[in-house]
Design a protein around this ligand. Structure first.
Ligand code: FES
Length: 153
């Protein structure tokens, strides 16, 4: 059998696979590097951009706040003093944003509460703490330098 026959290419969305864009880019970079295409691997990783999202004082300890950055909603949390986490702001149940607009996300006992149907997500891990959502929030890489909080995706 001829292995050079054209194959049908099917478009697969990242969300259908449950992957974040950054996770998909990392996997792509590892795949390219594995077959010796390090320049392409470097380009795939460079496609993940870093954004200055807020100052450390913008997110109080124990709270969560939604921001619009890079064309998407991102939630930044500070579950413990000096520990910052970031997640995709869209609920994994039916995709509603975790806040009606940029600003505070309602939290109860360390969980972010989706305003649509009440799902809860842990402010430290993004894990589901209350249904109807079944999947955790996608994690976003977050870094703090001085008082500047940045996210990369
Ligand atoms: S969309 Fe969030 S709980 Fe349904």
């Amino acid at each position: 059998m001829d292995n050079c026959q054209p194959r049908e290419v099917t478009e697969i969305s990242e969300s259908a696979l449950g992957l974040s864009r950054r996770t998909a880019l990392k996997a792509l970079a590892v795949g390219f590097a594995a077959i010796g295409l390090s320049t392409i691997a470097d380009s795939a990783m460079a496609a993940a951009k870093t954004y200055k999202i807020c100052k450390t004082t913008d997110v109080k300890v124990g709270s969560a706040r939604m921001f619009a950055v890079g064309g998407r909603g991102i939630v930044v949390t500070q579950p413990k003093k000096g520990t910052f986490k970031a997640f995709n702001a869209n609920c994994t149940h039916q995709g509603a944003p975790l806040a009606a607009k940029v600003g505070a996300v309602r939290t109860v006992s360390g969980s972010m509460i989706c305003p649509q149907h009440g799902a809860g997500f842990d402010t430290t891990t993004g894990a589901v703490t209350r249904g109807p959502a079944a999947a955790p929030l996608d994690k976003i890489t977050v870094k703090v330098s001085g008082t500047q909080v940045t996210v990369s995706f």
